[in-house]
Design a protein around this ligand. Structure first.
Ligand code: ADP
Ligand code: MG
Length: 474
């Protein structure tokens, strides 16, 4: 088997357009890379093995069905991203065998002594799992204007759970630090209160699995008691996952009520503010707004530089300022991608013991630079961002649909078109499916009025404006 350095070297050679060589897949090397990125690497992850390699498809095998599913849902993307760093885009695709029984699970079953049911992760019960990553703490969360409000609110809650704001609802686009903050709250509470407070940190997907499992096995009472009676702090990640899942929403509603009434702290994260969440019961959405809602915006260049420098410090690697600012200015979307780029630089520098220079960064991260950034805000861009924010299509915005869920976003998009482009009212009307210029005038006035009164309008205007401004400033 090839050494990691050789594999990476082969791959970089491929990226530099040298003749293609046949490379072997080295699972240990991939796993090493994966380890660095994990929030809470469960020990069993390292017992996953390669079942077969057919051409470029690598099939992994886990000891249990549950582990295989867990890897598929939580780690496969990261495994593939890491493999891509090592072997390039055209390298290997990693999949995992989630069949109920593979050679390994059969063997494990055979070897299991009757009555041996100690609780390891293998006998993991999806109803009860609760963990937070020790590496996601307030200490390594870089605070900047884009996240300082969410950070301050989270810190206040971690200091005095149940006393400050309840619930705290944190929302943002992907990869901007929601999970990091949620786990920081968990870590802080654990450090400050030890076992006096029982903190549950779960994903909404996990909660859903618990509901499904309990319905299947008729153990709903056990499930209810677990959350409603044993929990002092409930940290629930990615609540958007339960959209459209009626039984889970019903269950969560009652869990929320009993925890809330007992003054237990609840923190919820989501990809959207409550007011624009789709397929959620109104009674749940309104409860989400009972406490404090905090958003995280995409980071400014300065915050991105600070995050890069913090990472470099943690890894004990020197990164020159011009490199940090090159990466910060070119990674546009989110902090997860920023970390991916920085990790690629660090990995290279460690493997080949080379200093990171601007030249090297440009070469290794050439994929970033190629992405031409639109430097002006166009009506197209506004329509795209507004429709994404409201989960609509651009076609909806241009349509004549009169329902509020479409007409309000349309008015906001018109308002932003007026604010950010030099287009006239008739031009804007034209670009929205041939609307009359007075329709646009009315829309702009209406949004201006509502910004002062209606948080759902002002939230949307602020969030989309921030995204648009990123396009010109970054
Ligand atoms: P989300 O849950 O919003 O999708 P995550 O919390 O998973 O985002 O963040 C993505 C990655 O970026 C994580 O590795 C996280 O540690 C890192 N990250 C996010 N925000 C910050 C920050 N302010 N400082 C340092 N690291 C951050
Ligand atoms: Mg997350």
């Amino acid at each position: 088997m090839k050494k990691t350095e050789e594999v990476a070297h082969d791959n970089l050679a491929t990226e530099n357009q040298k003749p293609q060589q046949k490379v072997e897949f080295d699972w240990d090397a991939v796993l090493d890379g994966v380890k660095k990125d994990l929030y809470f690497p469960p020990s069993w992850l390292f017992s996953i093995k390669v079942a077969k390699i057919e051409g470029k498809i690598v099939t992994l095998e886990a000891k249990t069905h549950f582990q295989a599913l867990w890897v598929k849902n939580h780690y496969l993307q990261l495994i593939n991203d890491t493999a891509r760093i090592l072997y390039g885009k055209e390298g290997f695709e990693v999949i995992i065998d989630v069949g109920e029984e593979n050679s390994w699970t059969k063997e494990t079953k055979k070897n299991m002594a009757p009555g041996n049911n100690h609780r390891t992760i293998e006998s993991h019960d999806p109803q009860t799992a609760s963990f937070f990553s020790s590496s996601n703490a307030f200490d390594n969360f870089v605070v900047g204007p884009s996240n300082q409000f969410a950070h301050a609110a989270s810190y206040a809650i971690a200091e005095n759970p149940g006393m400050a704001y309840n619930p705290l609802f944190i929302h943002s686009g992907v990869g901007l630090g929601k999970t990091h903050l949620l786990h920081s709250i968990g870590n802080h509470i654990l450090k400050k209160y030890g076992t006096r407070l029982n903190t549950f940190c779960i994903s909404a997907e996990h909660f859903t699995n618990g509901v499904v499992q309990s319905i299947k096995t008729g153990s709903m009472d056990k499930f209810r008691n677990l959350y409603r009676l044993n929990c002092d702090v409930l940290l629930i990640d990615d609540i958007q996952f339960i959209a459209g899942k009626d039984s889970t929403q019903e269950e969560f509603f009652h869990t929320f009520n009993s925890l809330y009434t007992a003054k237990k702290q609840i923190v919820i994260t989501s990809d959207k503010p409550p007011s624009v969440m789709k397929n959620f019961e109104e009674r749940l959405k309104s409860r989400f707004e009972w406490g404090l809602t905090a958003d995280i915006q995409p980071p400014e260049v300065e915050t991105k530089i600070a995050i890069i420098e913090k990472k470099a410090e943690e890894e004990n690697i020197e990164i020159p300022t011009d490199v940090a600012s090159f990466v910060a200015q070119n990674v546009l979307s989110n902090i997860r991608e920023l970390e991916g780029s920085v990790n690629k630089l660090f990995a290279y520098s460690k493997m080949f013991r080379e200093k990171i220079t601007l030249e090297l960064a440009k070469q290794l991260l050439s994929n970033l630079v190629k992405k031409e950034t639109p430097k002006i805000i166009t009506i197209d861009l506004i329509q795209k961002e507004v429709s994404t924010f409201f989960d609509l299509t651009v076609k909806d915005l241009k349509s004549n649909q009169k329902q509020k869920k479409v007409s309000q976003p349309r008015q906001i998009a018109m308002f932003l078109s007026r604010k950010y482009t030099s287009s006239s009212f008739p031009e804007i009307g034209n670009r929205f499916g041939g609307k009359n210029h007075s329709t646009v005038v009315h829309a702009v006035k209406n949004v201006e009025k509502k910004i002062a009164k209606d948080p759902s309008v002002s939230n949307a205007v602020t969030a989309v404006s921030a995204t648009l401004e990123k396009f010109i400033t970054s």
